[in-house]
Design a protein around this ligand. Structure first.
Ligand code: C2E
Ligand code: CA
Ligand code: CA
Ligand code: CA
Length: 279
């Protein structure tokens, strides 16, 4: 039994070491990637049915590793969040998105709202407001063209501090969207207090919208209540005409998903617009 116990213990520690090593290596590689600027932003167009046009772009980060190619955010954002690297990475993402937006405007593209994801840790960081303010000044980006996407769970921490931060951001002219809406526990009246403009209905609810009556009821309720409160709703992950029709039927007017466009590299965004570009 003693022998067994020791073997079990050894097995356990060797697994732990593997996991520790894996994270350690990933951590080193992430730090290196940030120094070398091995990250790239893709942009997914956001559609508004009302104007039948692109109403914005969501910036989505990818790790462009020289050896492994493009690595999706789920594979490194959680670790970056855990080790705190999300703060410098998130700052780079915001600066890069604003810089790109200004570059598009100079090329003659219509001024589009850019949505940037803010992780929970970024939202809680002390210098958030001055960091955002600094990047807007440095890039010349208009606050009115910036939307920050914050997950429901980020708002749950400290209600007073959250309210102050959200108010400071909206007073600057920035709009706020609640990301992955429906997965947390916030009531809609609570959100009203938070001066949010838009709810993004999580892709999980959109996926089974046409087959699952519960999901259909949830989406329909979110859209109806949001509309009473004067909030826009945007559906994430719209892939089929049937999903689009079901969303239109319940009054949703803003969409994001592969049915419209996948996330695109910055260079391909210009081709979305008919308008001739300045030379
Ligand atoms: P999210 O904020 O919910 O972003 C939407 C995700 O859904 C994106 O995945 C997008 O490519 C994907 N998507 C959009 N339409 C469709 C569709 O029709 N079908 C399918 N299957 N997927 C669709 P992506 O780019 O892999 O990003 C995943 C998550 O990683 C994001 O979810 C967000 O939570 C996080 N993330 C991405 N970029 C950033 C960033 O710059 N900062 C932070 N903090 N998080 C980010
Ligand atoms: Ca998002
Ligand atoms: Ca989302
Ligand atoms: Ca989601």
């Amino acid at each position: 039994a003693k022998e067994n116990g020791r073997n079990t213990f050894q097995l356990f520690t060797s697994q732990m070491n593997d996991e520790t090593n894996r994270i350690f290596t990933l951590e080193q590689r992430l730090r290196h990637a940030l120094e070398q600027k091995h990250f790239v932003l893709y942009y997914q167009p956001l559609f508004d049915h009302g104007n039948d046009s692109v109403c914005g772009m969501e910036a989505l980060v990818r790790w462009n590793d020289p050896e492994h190619g493009l690595i999706p955010p789920q594979e490194f954002i959680p670790v970056a969040e855990e080790i705190g690297l999300i703060l410098p990475l998130g700052e780079w993402i915001l600066r890069e998105a604003c810089r790109q937006s200004m570059a598009w405007q100079k090329q003659g593209l219509p001024a589009l709202r850019i949505s940037v994801n803010l992780s929970a840790r970024q939202f809680r960081q002390k210098g958030l407001i001055s960091m955002v303010q600094g990047i807007l000044e440095e890039t010349g980006m208009s606050a009115n063209l910036l939307e920050l996407e914050i997950t429901e769970s980020s708002l749950m921490h400290d209600a007073d501090e959250t309210l102050v931060k959200l108010r400071q951001l909206t007073e600057m002219g920035i709009t706020l969207a609640i990301d992955d809406f429906g997965t947390g526990y916030s009531s809609l009246s609570y959100l009203k207090k938070f001066s949010v403009s838009r709810l993004k209905i999580d892709r999980d609810f959109v996926r089974d919208l046409c087959d699952d009556q519960d999901d259909a009821a949830i989406v329909s309720t979110i859209v109806a209540m949001a509309s009473h409160l004067g909030l826009h709703t945007m559906a994430e992950g719209v892939e089929t005409d049937a999903q689009l029709q079901a969303l239109l039927d319940v009054g949703c007017r803003q969409f994001q998903g592969n049915l419209f466009s996948q996330p695109l590299p910055a260079a391909e965004v210009a081709s979305l617009f008919d308008k001739p570009l300045n030379p």
